[in-house]
Design a protein. Structure first.
Length: 127
């Protein structure tokens, strides 16, 4: 018989052929996913709008803002405490206005005694 007229015969590949093809397939898939991961990592770390530099600078800003927040919360607590003490008593209100804002009654002279740093002596008691 002529080889051109022969019907193709299906034959099962040998185990070595299957192992070689599957090994090649696994290697190519592994290379593809590794390359894709590396490209994604470079994109995220350096090229994206939220890259590593931006994230780290935002973290530093966040810590500074948290420190400011705690300082301001302490000041708010102090002001609320003073307000509750002062506005409940007219005598305390007058004392507070004189000490904090140096207010005075008409025809009254107020003298503020200061130390060598030009700070009122009363304010040193709080420190």
């Amino acid at each position: 018989m002529k080889p051109e007229l022969m019907a193709p015969v299906f034959c099962f590949p040998s185990m070595t052929d299957l192992k070689n093809k599957s090994y090649w397939l696994l290697q190519s898939m592994r290379q593809f996913y590794t390359a894709t991961f590396v490209v994604w990592l470079v994109w995220i770390l350096f090229l994206d709008n939220n890259n590593l530099k931006v994230v780290l600078s935002n973290r530093v800003k966040m810590k500074e803002l948290e420190k400011q927040k705690s300082i301001l919360e302490d000041k708010i607590k102090k002001v609320v405490r003073e307000r509750n003490e002062v506005f409940g008593n007219p005598k305390m209100l007058e004392k507070w206005a004189r000490e904090e804002y140096y207010m005075r009654k008409p025809h009254e002279d107020v003298y503020v005694i200061v130390d060598e740093n030009n700070q009122p002596i009363e304010s040193r008691k709080e420190e």
